[in-house]
Design a protein around this ligand. Structure first.
Ligand code: OSB
Ligand code: MG
Length: 370
């Protein structure tokens, strides 16, 4: 099915509550949407590159440039119609994984709609409901943090992740554990620590955490391996895992015992499924990470998280955890305590709402084959 038209949108949506990580505090999210049209069908993807190159080296502007000047021309010139063909062709370009992923996601939604199936069926999903978790940012005070964790538990979440950084780690864990000794709890440092901090990190063993996510810099597989030897809590890598090859290296080196998979970070679902399969063979559990996506990106994550080796709760929460006016209808809701149902309609199975997208759009551009 020939692609007739591709449209890029740059959006900004305000968060219901600020989100602070070791990178800093943010009050809203700037991201891109990708819309592809073929034979009367429409596929949607979301680009998770952020305004500033903090989590990754990509930004909304570099991703726009790479999509506009390299990847979209590639689709039209090579008459690409499907996501797997796109992933193969796009691999001639290095890096820029978030740009690649946004387009590949849109092509997956389109392919599933053309096949008359939910996306999960094309990816090899086996679950109809996934375990949902919530990611809690750094707060102004420890009582604020404990109160926020409490409000998420009241809403039905069963697994909580808290962001840590030097100076907001042991005390934050102690404060949450004192009030909630038995909840499923994990922490994420977004690479904020250095080798000199091994002692502080090893002390996190005292808090019965499910995992410690990305304590060191993305490139630093070696120090993660050294730390993992000293800790009984499993380390989990997020930023470090860019591909199936880096996942294999991390697993073989013992840099982690758990892997976080995000489609944006690894270049799209084709690579994400490879990582899932490789980890499954190696006995390494994976879970689906999030980038505070809008409903479109989150729906894609739900389909991916339905694969069998996604065996730990995801960073996937209901629409209202993130945005007052999510851009899909209906909103994503908890389907039971700590659970979200995988949409069973065609493709991603959620409907983008044109008026809400328009309201949040900063820029829009459309492309057609020449
Ligand atoms: O490191 O997992 C992360 C959000 C933006 C960038 C990086 C991360 C996150 C989250 C949010 O933790 C998880 C979610 O989408 O609920
Ligand atoms: Mg993370």
């Amino acid at each position: 099915m020939k692609i007739d038209r591709i449209e890029l949108f740059l959006l900004r949506l305000p968060y219901v509550h600020f989100f602070e990580t070791s990178f800093g505090r943010a009050y809203d999210r700037t991201f891109s949407l990708i819309r592809v049209e073929a034979g009367g069908l429409t596929g949607w993807g979301e680009g998770v590159a952020e305004e500033r190159p903090l989590y990754s080296g990509e930004t909304t502007e570099t991703a726009w440039h790479v999509m506009k000047d390299f990847l979209i021309p590639l689709i039209f010139e090579k008459k690409i119609t499907g996501p797997e063909e796109f992933a193969r062709a796009a691999s001639v370009y290095r890096g820029n994984r978030m740009a690649k992923a946004g387009l590949e996601l849109a092509l997956w939604d389109l392919a599933a709609k053309a096949a008359g199936k939910p996306l999960s069926a094309l990816l090899g999903g086996t679950r109809t409901e996934i375990e949902a978790g919530v990611s809690c940012g750094i707060e102004d005070s420890l009582p604020d943090l404990v109160a926020r964790v409490g409000s998420y538990l009241d809403q039905g979440y069963r697994r909580v992740k808290i962001k840590i950084k030097p100076g907001w780690d042991t005390a934050a864990c102690a404060a949450v554990r004192e009030k909630y000794p038995d909840i499923m709890l994990q922490v994420d440092a977004n690479g904020a620590y250095k080798v000199e901090d091994m002692e502080t990190l090893a002390a996190l063993d005292a808090f019965n955490l499910l995992l410690v996510e990305q304590p060191f810099a993305p490139y630093d597989l070696w120090d993660h391996a050294k730390l993992q030897k000293r800790m009984k809590t499993p380390l989990c890598l997020d930023e470090s895992i860019l591909s199936a090859d880096t996942a294999r290296a991390a697993v073989e080196m013992g840099s982690c015992r758990i892997v976080n998979i995000k489609v944006g970070r690894v270049g799209g679902p084709v690579e994400a499924v490879k990582i899932h399969d490789l980890c499954q063979k190696a006995g390494i559990p994976v879970w689906c990470g999030g980038m505070l996506e809008s409903g479109i990106g989150r729906a894609h994550n739900l389909h991916l998280a339905s694969l069998p080796n996604f065996s730990l709760p995801a960073d996937l929460s209901a629409s209202r955890r993130y945005y007052r006016e999510d851009i899909i209808d209906p909103f994503i809701e908890l389907s039971g305590p700590g659970k979200i149902r995988v949409p069973d309609g065609l493709g991603i199975g959620v409907n983008p709402v044109a008026s809400r997208i328009e309201k949040a759009t900063l820029r829009r551009e459309e492309f057609r084959p020449s």
